[in-house]
Write a protein that binds this ligand. Structure first.
Ligand code: FCB
Length: 492
């Protein structure tokens, strides 16, 4: 039997494969003072001078809170089977504890009902980084109480939305919360303390485990998972110091999460590396790892790019070996004694992230071998490019289509290699507040005109609509030079 890459069979996905898009509350909702919502660490952080690009904040964002109906229609138009969103904890419990705020819960009830009316499966993330500020004031993720408060919050959301949620995701990318929030300080709450980051790492995982327990009790039959930003970590050269550097980064980025969740233990090399940092792992109490390793129904994988690293002391040699200037030299990398490097020839997105779909295959196959047979969903994948609205009033984001096309091929390859992959969510349904990068980086399938809030589906939106309605990747059309308006060179 022969098949060509462009035949329908060769480009199609397993029956029932779930297609979706992702967003997160603080990145799209705006309306930060509406209906009793309390402040979150991202409100505080984004208002701190110099914390975000251009001083951007999520105060208004895409105004999704006030435009829910428009956005539900947008989702209908896309036709995807699922929508992943996050609940803003400070809308539901404005101070992070105590009774639920009915108006906050009502918003998510309306969202979930609107999704069901359109046959779209709600995929709900409980925590996508907007910690209620009062909890941060009491120590944030560095203290155990925050994990316990999370369990209470999970119970409130579970009781309100229960069976109507298709997929429950406890946490989004706890690595970012712990290591960017408390380690490098590039994200809220902006602390720069390695020992605090280790403690935050543990309490986030504990929150995950407690959340799983709550969901199992409150919503029998719930499908529960966690979304991790795991990535393949490659050594820039085969010099033992670079290989060691890559192993350390793999420990910090990947194994600090996968080992406790799947095997109920922290990796030895990480215990050793962080032993002298306080409070660090001293916060781990008896029984915590059993809670953290409660069985989950799926692993959410957020994939953007593989990382290439060298030993910090060998940054010059790494450049000599064909790799460019270190791209990530922050407090966390400094503590590990590593630098991130990039290949100067590689294609990159507007985030400077290397485009390498083969990295996704490597990642999924590796996870499957190590922790299989856990089912997986890609809960985020996508790219920022320098989009613009062309003279014809459309956004011809050919780069994004090519990026997504490459990664969908990687999914098919991974499935063929035996990975139990159940679905895929594009980051993001719409342009939004890209954290410290503000509104400057656009990841959406939909263009947002921020001054007016107008939604304009980009070419990638219509391309993805074809993917989700046919359960297959259409052949790439118009990829030749001069076809379409590009998306690579904005007009001056
Ligand atoms: C991920 C975040 C998501 C978005 C993408 C680009 O790390 O989970 O909110 O910012 O990156």
């Amino acid at each position: 039997m022969t098949s060509s890459a462009s035949s329908p069979a060769a480009s199609s996905f397993p029956h029932g494969f779930l297609w979706g898009t992702s967003t997160a509350s603080y990145q799209i909702e705006g309306a930060v003072g509406a209906d009793g919502r309390g402040p979150s660490i991202w409100d505080t952080f984004s208002h701190r001078p110099g914390a975000t690009h251009n001083g951007d904040t999520g105060d208004v964002a895409c105004d999704h809170y006030n435009r829910l109906d428009t956005d539900l229609e947008l989702l209908s138009e896309l036709g995807a089977g699922s929508y992943r969103f996050s609940v803003a904890w400070p809308r539901v419990q404005p101070t992070g504890k105590g009774p639920a705020n009915p108006a906050g819960l009502d918003f998510y009830k309306r969202l979930v009902d609107g999704l069901h009316q359109r046959d779209i499966l709600p995929a709900l993330t409980l925590y996508h980084w907007d910690l209620p500020q009062p909890l941060e004031d009491a120590g944030g993720w560095t203290v155990r109480d925050t994990a316990e408060r999370f369990a209470d919050y999970a119970a409130v959301v579970a009781d309100a939305l229960g069976e109507s949620v298709g997929l429950w995701i406890t946490l989004n990318e706890p690595w970012c919360s712990a290591w960017q929030g408390y380690g490098s300080g590039s994200h809220a709450p902006g602390r720069r303390d390695i020992g605090a980051a280790v403690a935050a790492n543990h309490h986030l995982l504990l929150a995950h485990g407690l959340g799983v327990d709550v969901l199992r009790t409150s919503v029998p039959g719930a499908q529960v998972g966690v979304s991790l930003n795991v990535a393949p970590i490659r050594a820039a050269t085969d010099h033992p110091d670079d290989v060691r550097a890559a192993r350390l980064v793999d420990g910090n980025q990947n194994r600090l999460f996968t080992e406790p969740v799947f095997r109920g233990r922290y990796p030895e090399d990480m215990l050793e590396h962080y032993a002298s940092h306080s409070p660090g792992f001293s916060v781990v109490a008896d029984g915590d790892l059993e809670v953290i390793s409660r069985p989950i129904d799926f692993l959410g994988v957020n994939f953007y790019f593989p990382q290439v690293v060298a030993a910090a002391a060998r940054r010059r040699e790494a450049s000599g070996a064909g790799f460019g200037i270190p791209v990530a030299y922050n407090h966390v990398a400094e503590d590990l004694g590593v630098v991130g490097v990039f290949h100067p020839e590689a294609d990159r997105t507007a985030m400077d992230w290397e485009i390498d779909p083969a990295g996704l295959v490597e990642l999924l196959v590796g996870l499957h071998r190590e922790y299989g047979p856990v089912p997986m969903y890609i809960t985020e994948n996508g790219a920022a490019f320098s989009d613009y609205v062309g003279p014809d009033g459309a956004v011809h984001d050919r780069d994004r289509i090519a990026y997504l096309d490459g990664h969908l091929s990687a999914l098919r390859e991974s499935i063929a290699a035996g990975v139990d992959l159940r679905g895929y969510f594009v980051w993001s349904l719409m342009d939004n507040f890209e954290w410290a990068h503000g509104y400057h980086k656009r990841f959406g399938l939909t263009w947002i005109d921020y001054p007016t809030g107008t939604r304009l589906p980009k070419d990638s939106f219509f391309w993805y609509r074809q993917v989700v309605t046919t359960n297959a990747v259409p052949p790439l059309l118009g990829a030749g030079p001069g076809e379409g308006a590009g998306g690579d060179e904005p007009p001056r």
